[in-house]
Design a protein around this ligand. Structure first.
Ligand SMILES: [Zn+2]
Length: 217
C-alpha cells in the first residue's frame, strides 16, 4: 500500500510527491521546494514518517520541477535519476533561473540516467517507466501497475495537457504520447499530475478537450 503526500511548491504551483510504502522506503518525485519554509515542510514530513528516501526522480527538468533537486539530494543523500535527453534541459535551468527570480537556484548533477528499460524499485514497490515526450523532449512517467496509478508530470492534467511552446516541446508528439501510449493503460488508472488535482485516465479519455479519444481523426 502506497502513501502519497502531495506538496504544492514554488511560484508555479508545482506538485511535489513523496511516495512511500509499508517498509518506510520511498522516493521524491519532482522536488520543487525552493524557500526555507518549503524545504522545512518537506523535511518535516519525511522525518515525522521516518522515511528512507531511495531516489529523487525528475519526470522532466523544467525549472519548477527541479528547484529542490540540490537540497533534497544533499539532505536525504539519495541519487537523482532523470532521462538522458533531459540533461540538456536541466543544464539550461541555471541560465534562466535568475530571470524568474530564483537567484538561489543551485544545479544538481544527475547520478544516473533512466529509460523504459529500467524499473524504479523501493521497499515492496516496483514501477515501470513510460517515455512520454512532447511537453519536454525526455519526459518520463512512473507507473504502478499494481496500485493503478501514474505520476505523469506535465503530460496530462485534469481537463488539460502540458504546454508545448517551450524548447524541445512538440504538440503532435505530446498528443501521440498521450493517445498512443498513456491511454493504453487501464481506464481506472489514477493520474498524479505535475500541476493541479488528480484525475483518472477514464475521465480524460472521454472529456479532455485537447486529447479525448473521440478527437482522433
Ligand atoms: Zn514542465
Amino acid at each position: 500500500m502506497l502513501s502519497i503526500q502531495t506538496f504544492t511548491f514554488n511560484a508555479f504551483s508545482e506538485n511535489t510527491y513523496v511516495v512511500s510504502d509499508e517498509t518506510h522506503e520511498g522516493v521524491i518525485i519532482d522536488p520543487g521546494c525552493y524557500s526555507r519554509e518549503e524545504q522545512k515542510e518537506l523535511t518535516t514530513y519525511i522525518d515525522d514518517h521516518k522515511l528512507n528516501i531511495k531516489y529523487i526522480l525528475n519526470t522532466h527538468c523544467h525549472i519548477d520541477h527541479v528547484l529542490g533537486n540540490d537540497f533534497t539530494k544533499d539532505k536525504f543523500n539519495a541519487p537523482l535519476l532523470i532521462h538522458k535527453i533531459e540533461e540538456a534541459v536541466l543544464k539550461a535551468v541555471k541560465n534562466y533561473a535568475p530571470v524568474y527570480g530564483f537567484e538561489g537556484y543551485r544545479e544538481a548533477e544527475p547520478d544516473r540516467f533512466i529509460d523504459e528499460k529500467d524499473t524504479i524499485a523501493f521497499g515492496n514497490t516496483e514501477w515501470k517507466i513510460l517515455f512520454l515526450p512532447g511537453h519536454a523532449p525526455g519526459h518520463i512517467a512512473f507507473y504502478d501497475l499494481k496500485e493503478k496509478m501514474i505520476f505523469a508530470g506535465d503530460v496530462l492534467f485534469a481537463g488539460s495537457i502540458g504546454r508545448t511552446d517551450l524548447p524541445g516541446g512538440n504538440h503532435d508528439t505530446l498528443i501521440s504520447s498521450i493517445q498512443k501510449k498513456l491511454f493504453l493503460l487501464p481506464d481506472e488508472v489514477v493520474v498524479y499530475p505535475g500541476h493541479g488535482p488528480t484525475t483518472t485516465l477514464r475521465r480524460e479519455k472521454i472529456s479532455n478537450p485537447f486529447c479525448a479519444l473521440s478527437l482522433i481523426k
